[in-house]
Write a protein that binds this ligand. Structure first.
Ligand code: HPA
Length: 249
């Protein structure tokens, strides 16, 4: 018998409220986080498992739920899933998250493709002297492909800088002004450590923020986790279309 060539797998990490993305996948196998040696998240909307399957004929593995620093986990634990995905053969990874928008032109309900990030967590998953180059964390070729796909679909897709905070509290209005002056367009509590880990594993990385709310002080509404989940669910369809359009290429 001729051994089957191992197909490259694309990993997709689902952020808060983005569970509906899993419905777009034809699932062949599930692995609970615990079986992969990952801590199990306690946050509603973050039930942890890996889902292997296909999207438009392309082999994918979804990481549904993730592990956060704000739950008290060490940075290495937060990125254990990324290392596990690399061991499973994932050569590229698409990270999604829910984020507050800092840019008055980027309205809640839309998606932002990350061009770069600010790691404000004060920590790193890379210990020891691993001087990882991050001059192109988010893959430039993928930017072009996703930008072109979004244009074909008529889908608004912003591009900007994501600030990764530790949380779990949302920001103060003063912190939001600081983040804007630092060049950030969106703020959240995930993604940056995973992106660093993925680059250290040699993976190609793309990341998208679902802009679920105006950041603190930019509107009069107080921030609410439930609103974040609901806006994420409503915006998930657009991301499914974007992935369907882009991944088969
Ligand atoms: N700040 C930080 N994290 C978030 C936000 C926010 O406004 N919205 C969703 N995740």
């Amino acid at each position: 018998m001729v051994a089957a060539t191992k197909k490259p797998i694309t990993a997709i990490v689902l952020g808060s409220g983005l569970g509906p993305l899993a419905d777009a996948i034809t699932i062949s196998r599930e692995v609970p986080f615990a079986d992969a040696g990952l801590p199990v998240s306690s946050v509603p909307g973050h039930a942890g498992k890996f889902l292997f399957g296909t999207l438009e004929g392309r082999e994918v593995v979804l990481m549904k739920g993730r592990v956060h620093l704000y739950e008290g986990h060490a940075p290495e634990k937060v990125t254990a899933g990324v290392r596990w995905l690399a061991e499973q053969g994932a050569r590229s990874i698409i990270l999604t998250n829910a984020a507050g928008t800092l840019n008055p032109e980027f309205h809640p309900g839309r998606w932002m493709m990350l061009t770069d990030h600010l790691n404000l967590t004060g920590t790193s998953p890379l210990r020891g002297a691993h001087f990882q180059d991050l001059s192109e964390t988010y893959d430039a070729e993928w930017h072009v492909r996703f930008r072109e796909s979004a244009a074909r679909l008529g889908m608004p897709l912003h591009e900007g800088v994501y600030a990764g905070n530790r949380g779990p509290q949302y920001e103060t209005p003063a912190e939001v002004r600081m983040l804007r002056s630092m060049g950030a367009d969106a703020v959240g509590m995930s993604t940056v450590l995973e992106a660093i880990q993925a680059r250290a594993e040699g993976m190609r990385v793309a990341a998208f923020s679902c802009l679920t709310n105006w950041a603190a002080g930019m509107s009069r509404a107080p921030l609410d986790h439930q609103e974040v989940l609901e806006t994420g669910q409503a915006a998930a369809d657009a991301m499914i279309r974007l992935l369907r359009e882009t991944l088969p290429q």
